[in-house]
Design a protein around this ligand. Sequence first.
Ligand code: G3D
Ligand code: MG
Length: 188
Amino acid sequence: MNDSSIDVSYQVNRQKIIFTGDIYVGKTSIINVLMGQKFNNDYEASIGVDFFSKTIKYKGKIIKLQIWDSAGQEKFRSLIPNYIRGSSLVFIVYDISNKKSFNNVNSWVNFVNNIENSNIVIVGNKIDLENKREVTYEEGKKYCEENNFDFFEVSAKNDINLNTMLFNSVDSLPFFNSINADGSSKEQ
Ligand code: G3D
Ligand code: MG
């Protein structure tokens, strides 16, 4: 068997998506809701490497997403490079009720950029906590405009804006525009 027998459309369509950012900002919660599980206040902090597969159909195209949870690597930065490697889309999450998590976004950006040339999207989570907000929408937006990142504010708890965040971000990936609706690559 040589390389030409590998199914290229399958490779092109399988996209690794990861969530990173400070601990406790809601990464696992966001993934759970995207995967169709209910928001849960009681689950254990995730241990062990996990990815979930989600097949979406968008603009007539079928894409297989591999969504990875960080499994607590944010506590052990030495483990993060392997997690980031091979990703095409990285969501860097902060908590709008925690200024420190926003202040750390830029160091997460640098961390990712040193490892992989992925598309980065910035996400402010927990907008249901409006009365505890420490980071304004404008602050988040300004940082993203200056650095050319897409930006979404969401709530995992109330399921606000999560699918919009995912679909719009997939839409801006170069690969998405390089495949045809039947999953084959335009470049063949
Ligand atoms: P992490 O994976 O980034 O470490 P988790 O974060 O998903 O484990 O969430 C950390 C805490 O924030 C959890 O609280 C979770 O319930 C809460 N949380 C996550 N998303 C939201 C949200 O959108 N709104 C609110 N209000 N809380 C959220 P507990 O107390 O269960 O540990
Ligand atoms: Mg987690």
